[in-house]
Design a protein around this ligand. Structure first.
Ligand code: ZN
Length: 362
């Protein structure tokens, strides 16, 4: 009991530290001379328009109006539009609170929750990871912040839902930041789990980076293993095949996943956007559009992201699923709704780029 409490306290202390470091890293990365925190981009910290550029660019506002009309009178889509179609795009609640001058919401652990018949979420209100049991073992998507959390959060979460940590055969890391790959070395060393990441993000984490601070600089790295090098590359384990698209912008090789799941027995596809909606240049916007078009073709109906709160009240939706597992899943939209949500995300990402070009004349 004592030992358990000590571990709990240590985890909580580490968690608090991780949040502090993440938020201050965002702050340091993202001030960009404009006094606001933003999600890091490959193009640097000025890859978001200013509030004035956003407001005054007629071309940008025409795209915003187009997105708003796509949402129409659908309340679900209006809420998605509100989160998506802003000058900074979907950002973490911690970042938004910081920009609003509010104190950070404390990081707290979220008990494992079964979001779909074959997809579990665990971790924190600020960052999480997922497990997908297949006929040949478990796929993890992301791995929390560090090896300690792999041992004290991921393993107990798997055990709690009747899964065996030793069955983790594959970890697909969404992008090369420590809050996604941090726990991967633990599974790699203890169980020989494979670790997949985009080739360019493997290159990024292995490159000595004099500017990296704190955890990103000091974290033990997973050993280079499976490289996702081609857009549309598939990873199969048993009866599950995940399709991966490379969407640079947050990091050079952030991944978008199209994941087949079962929702109350019904097969649907869901989308995971590890790079959020961060498209700081035309190349990244084109890759983002391509991934979203693939999601549309795959008739995707739900979106998940490693940082809850980016696209809606994901933590609240998880609590709804936990409280009433047989009710309609709040993550799931109808196909026509999700298709419109894709158009909204594309138009709003383009609007940010167009606004960035605004010099006060167009
Ligand atoms: Zn990141």
């Amino acid at each position: 009991m004592l030992k358990k409490m000590a571990v709990g306290a240590a985890v909580a202390a580490l968690a608090a530290l991780a949040l502090q470091v993440q938020v201050s890293a965002q702050q340091a990365q993202g001030q960009g001379g404009r006094g606001r925190a933003v999600g890091a981009t490959t193009a640097g910290n000025d890859a978001y328009p200013t509030d004035d550029q956003w407001k005054n660019s007629k071309a940008a506002q025409a795209l915003v109006a187009k997105a708003k009309s796509a949402a129409g009178s659908d309340a679900v889509l209006q809420a998605r539009f509100d989160k998506t179609c802003t000058v900074l795009g979907p950002q973490r609640p911690a970042v938004l609170r910081q920009n609003a001058g509010q104190p950070a919401e404390p990081q707290r652990q979220v008990d494992v929750v079964k979001l779909f018949d074959n997809l579990y979420f665990f971790g924190y209100n600020t960052v999480g990871a997922w497990a997908i049991p297949t006929s040949q073992g478990i796929i993890l998507i992301d791995s929390l912040n560090n090896v300690d959390e792999a041992e004290h959060i991921i393993e107990p979460a798997l055990v709690k839902v009747g899964l065996k940590p030793a069955d983790v055969k594959m970890i697909i890391v969404g992008h090369g930041h420590f809050d996604h790959f941090g726990g991967a070395p633990y599974f790699q060393q203890k169980y020989g789990s494979h670790v997949a990441m985009s080739k360019v993000d493997w290159d990024m984490i292995e490159r000595p980076n004099p500017n990296a601070r704190g955890p990103q600089a000091n974290r033990p790295l997973p050993k280079r293993d499976v490289e996702v090098a081609a857009d549309g590359q598939k990873i199969t384990l048993g009866d599950e095949t995940i399709t991966l698209h490379i969407t640079p912008g947050h990091t050079p090789g952030s991944l978008a996943y199209i994941i087949p799941v079962k929702d109350h027995g019904k097969a649907i596809n869901i989308l995971m956007l590890s790079g959020a909606n961060i498209t700081p240049d035309r190349t990244s916007l084109a890759a983002f559009d391509k991934a979203l078009d693939a999601a549309k073709s795959a008739k995707v109906q739900a979106l998940i992201n490693g940082h809850p709160g980016l696209f809606g009240d994901e933590i609240g939706w998880m609590e709804q699923v936990r409280a009433n597992p047989s009710a309609a899943n709040p993550f799931v939209l109808t196909q026509p709704e999700f298709s419109k949500f894709i158009d909204i995300m594309k138009d709003c990402a383009e609007a940010r780029l167009v606004a960035l070009d605004f010099k006060g004349t167009n």
